[in-house]
Ligand binder design. Sequence first.
Ligand SMILES: CC(C)(COP(=O)(O)OP(=O)(O)OC[C@H]1O[C@@H](n2cnc3c(N)ncnc32)[C@H](O)[C@@H]1OP(=O)(O)O)[C@@H](O)C(=O)NCCC(=O)NCCS
Length: 312
Amino acid sequence: MVISTLRTLKHGLENALSALQRRRRAAEMERTAPHATRAQIAVDLKRLGIVPGDVLFMHSSLKSLGFVEGGPAAVIDALLDAIGPDGTLLLPTYWIPGGTLLATCELPDYVFDPRQHGTHMGALPAAFLERPGLKRSVHPTHSCAAVGPAAQFLVEAHHLAPSVFGEGSPWQRFATLPQGKVLGLGISMGPVTIYHRVEDEMGQDFPVPVWLERTYSLPCIDHDGRRCMVPVRPFAPEIVQRRIDQKGRDDLRQWFARDFSAAGIKVNGRVAEADAWFVRGQDFMVHMRALAKRGITIYSTAEELARADAGS
Ligand SMILES: CC(C)(COP(=O)(O)OP(=O)(O)OC[C@H]1O[C@@H](n2cnc3c(N)ncnc32)[C@H](O)[C@@H]1OP(=O)(O)O)[C@@H](O)C(=O)NCCC(=O)NCCS
């Protein structure tokens, strides 16, 4: 009893301290970083090539933009301005309380509830969750949220999909939309989820055994308060270690950025202070399949990349 009270107190103090440090860093940014506004961000998105009617799947870093007046909500407004009323914004609002899929699958009492759980994917997805009219998929690790005419279509069947990235998932559905674009705001080609759609789709033909054998079944509460069980098959931990989003894989991130740009499908530019890029979702899929057929994946070693360069 005493120990658990002390533990709760310790967590409370740690949270208060990190909130204070965050506020201090934001105040420091406000003083020292270049300022960006909603209007400027919308203009820069347009200049990059984002057009009305686009369906954007965005991965982002807020602080890469400089100091944004109006905070993360102003960036979301700017994105919605750029795509207009016919466009849809889809964001990763994943909640992965164990830190990895495997650890989350092994949490003893975890039940995902989209009305209660936030996101671990940064300030912009967190601010997005506050939007009125937002639709959010019911998924214990990879819940996505969307606003716009295609929102319902993108998120409605995620809990029924046979795998995280499988048929009915937001990525499978996103890839059917010709106006889909994967947008990176201030991020490299590391933390990008659509890679996994290709792995799922290719199954046994994918050159790397990405998944563990076991599929877990995790409980979720849907938007009507009903309980459902959702399948999650974790990534194999030893394969994850050499993945493109890992600290030591700058070589792979740069290789992919160069390769996608050379293929003419990665459009690079700048939004406020951030390096920004987009790739059409369907081009992304076609290119990843072609790379996988040559044995190149987001798990390729430096030697494999060198061999690919020598052969091309
Ligand atoms: C991890 C990641 C989110 C970190 O980016 P970040 O910019 O440091 O963090 P956030 O986007 O959460 O923004 C919070 C930061 O913005 C700062 N900030 C606060 N108010 C701000 C404002 N008005 N304007 C600009 N920055 C502001 C905060 O101080 C904080 O910085 P700090 O951590 O140095 O204190 C990013 O690198 C990333 O990987 N994004 C992609 C995530 C994703 O989609 N993953 C899917 C993978 S499959």
